[in-house]
Design a protein around this ligand. Sequence first.
Ligand code: ADP
Ligand code: MG
Length: 698
Amino acid sequence: MEKFERIPDIFASQVFNEDIMRERLPKDVYKSLLNTIANGKEIDATIADVVAGAMKDWATEHGATHFTHWFQPLTGVTAEKHDAFLSPVDHGKAIMEFSGKELIKGEPDASSFPSGGLRATFEARGYTAWDPASYAFIKDGSLYIPTAFCSYGGEALDTKTPLLRSMDAINSASLRILRLFGDDTTRRVLSTVGAEQEYFLVDAEDFKARRDLFYCGRTLFGAPAIKGQELEDHYFGTLPARVSAFMKELDTELWKLGICSKTKHNEAAPAQHELAPIFTTTNIAVDQNLLTMEFMRKLAPKFGMECLLAEKPFEGINGSGKHNNWSLATDSGKNLLKPGKNPADNKQFMLFLAAVVRAVDDYQDLLRISAATAGNDCRLGGHEAPPSIISIFLGEELDTIIKSMIEGSSYSKRDTRYMSLGVKSVPTIRQDTTDRNRTSPFAFTGNKFEFRMVGSSQNIALSNIVLNTAVAEALSDFADRLEETIDFRGELDKIITDTFRAHSRILFAGNSYSKEWEEEAKARGLSNFRTSPEAYAHFTDEKNVKLFGKFGVMSETEMRSRREIFFEGYRKIKNIEARTMLEMTIRDIIPAVSRYIGVLSDSVNAKLNVSKTINVSAERDIIEKLSDLLASTYEAYTALERVEKTALTKADEDAAFYYKDSVIPKMEALRRLVDSMEVLCAREYWPMPTYGDITFRI
Ligand code: ADP
Ligand code: MG
């Protein structure tokens, strides 16, 4: 019989969390560490040794032999280097050792990580520093210590450092506001995040049989399958057995690491699925999302599958995103974006709401950049994901309140509505005060905002760095005004109304996918960066440098380095994709089609040998069509090869724009021709699994 595991028994069993700390640390050390975790207080060096010792004992009892500083360099993925707890002693023996120094600080050789020109080659040294607020955990026999990563000169070389800084910024600004409202008990305000993760599962054999999948994680060719997602039968559909088994193991592994994986279901596209965890503090949510992606990739092969996290693995069916649900909470768990029964009278909520509206409007460009990757360019703007225009959906109730505020008219709360399904045995349901809007890139969903633009493969840190810092700026400006005034209520109303009036252009309740919205957004003066390079170019705009500088989140140098890394990453991805297309075309596709034409030609000759008057029109017709396409394909191949060569001569930023303007159109052209040949070529000659094979195999 299958062993039955209770969730509470396995949950967080591999995590050095507060329970374990309380059990294993002397009381004063435990208290001091807790103070560091809860209030962001600096870690006391003397307690580090004690904590390290306890961590090592706990880890080795759980079978760990190594420890690693785990960090998030600017590659988009995580990095780790494992050291054994081993330390030699006399008589050729060894003991298990782990010091406070090793816990607090690591010195990885940083020269092989992207630095965007931050690190001179003679400055190869880098440091990792323990993030006590994200619990250490055991995985694959190693104790993982979440860390921040910086250069020899102290510049952040990772995504976590600016994230932690932005959390400090929003904490300070929010506390100032709370104090003004008479709250003097809250000690910390935290931004919270729940990241819903979409992904595809495909058969491992199909994955191996396509070079575009295993080099690029997405297909670069492929005619549409006969059946796509038009029957709408996949979304929330029954889970295939193999997928269900995978999800079960994934949940178990994540639970062991204390990750609250909560919801799983089939998504809209065939072979597409989603996992949603329960939200937590932002830095932990980022760490956990990275681990979730890692486990998805790692576990799929156990079930004969591969997990695709790319934003657009298949043309013509939905791609994958990540919904970054974001809110603010006090240390006692109060959600600051909860409107309460009567939002119009809840001025504190209205002020926080105004701050978010102002922040998103002022920093549309930064939010867009945080979701800008080569992969996500293939997804945004289709009829499946938000366009490249940022706007906010607040819902009917808040829209009405804001409208009446701006117009100075009175607002009367809508009566609660109930719905009866007309079946006596089914209970009456209370209707929400607003419907949802699935097309909005940034939607208020009751007590949090859902940023839906982020790509499925991305690290969500930057989106949250932008949100935290931009909202911190609005809140601290509000606090400046409110701390000065002698008429608190009057000034408060004025700030809220002024802010909504000044930023109403960012509010949009209609269909964000529509052509009309694109035009209206333009008339409203909203920015619309259709592609990543266009967005990246604005990262270091003066207002953005000022924002991050003011709150110490990123220095101008750190921003310039990131800007370079954005362009560099884009260029490299496009370069790999173009070369993959070239290789597949010349080595797989052209030979296959040519072979099939040969077979048809042999058949024509054989038939004509039987009789000169025999009908060979079918073969002839196909031969002609395929031969024309083949010749055009070769031309398109040569054209792509030529621009790809030119791209190589350009530096990162120029190269990125050149890929966008000159290489991508050639890739598109080549693809169209190859896809036309695919539908004419006999199945047995086509050199790779088709869309139909891949998306319906599991
Ligand atoms: P919805 O029905 O709007 O999708 P869910 O309750 O299913 O809402 O939540 C979606 C995601 O949002 C989950 O990951 C959830 O944990 C997260 N979430 C809920 N409340 C918050 C919050 N206050 N802050 C951040 N994320 C949240
Ligand atoms: Mg969702």
